[in-house]
Write a protein that binds this ligand. Structure first.
Ligand SMILES: [Zn+2]
Ligand SMILES: [Zn+2]
Length: 220
């Protein structure tokens, strides 16, 4: 009975996490990159003229640097021009009246969305970690980035689950460490004839993502 009730509670976040487990990288970072991608898609293709969203962007003075870069990667110049022309007009008129520079009154709307979704995704991860199917599927991944591992860890009360997470990640860190050491060693001219493996050649990117998390490129 208990098992059945757990399964019936499996919602969209659960299945989306399982989907992220199939890809390369921290599954929480991957999910959040998808959240941003979906938002930008929605913004540029459906909501460019949405009055509520326009108002929201007037308060935040557009998007933060990181999300402005994501928006730029999308490459929809017209959508961006329409949204920001509106903001530019507002800034001009306010600045002309007050003779003061403008400061944002609210957080970047994508940052706000990501923060909210991040909490939901982390909670889903923690809730379903005892689920056998979920855990087995997670074990196929290269693990969480360090920031997400620590945020997940503090939410877990169960000692076994905590041990599992640390043991699992220590194994992954060991593997990455070996790839990195080989990457460095094979840069020595004495070993230059030894062929670099695929894992070794991307290990420097992996270690950056491990420490900082990953903002997956929006380029399609
Ligand atoms: Zn992450
Ligand atoms: Zn932002």
């Amino acid at each position: 009975m208990k098992r059945k009730s757990l399964i019936s509670e499996k919602h969209l976040d659960y299945y989306k996490l399982l989907e992220a487990f199939q890809q390369d990288g921290c599954p929480v970072c991957l999910r959040l990159s998808k959240v941003v991608l979906d938002y930008l898609d929605m913004l540029l293709y459906e909501n460019v003229n949405d009055p509520d969203l326009r108002q929201r962007l007037r308060l935040s003075l557009g998007f933060c640097q990181r999300h402005a870069e994501n928006l730029k990667e999308f490459g929809d110049g017209l959508g961006i021009a329409i949204i920001y022309e509106d903001l530019l007009r507002m800034v001009k008129s306010k600045m002309a009246r007050s003779y003061l520079p403008l400061t944002p009154k609210e957080k970047c709307p994508i940052c706000a969305l990501v923060e909210k979704q991040e909490v939901n995704i982390l909670n889903t991860f923690v809730n379903f970690l005892p689920d056998e199917e979920f855990r087995q599927s997670f074990e196929q991944t290269s693990g969480l980035c360090l920031p997400h591992l620590s945020r997940v860890f503090i939410k877990i009360k169960d000692e076994d689950a905590r041990k599992f997470l640390i043991t699992f990640h220590l194994e992954k860190l060991e593997i990455l460490n070996n790839h990195l050491s080989e990457f460095i060693r094979k840069h020595d001219y004495r070993f230059k004839d030894e062929k670099m493996t695929k894992e070794e050649s991307v290990s420097w990117q992996k270690v950056l993502h491990l420490f900082a998390g990953e903002n997956k490129s929006m380029k399609r």
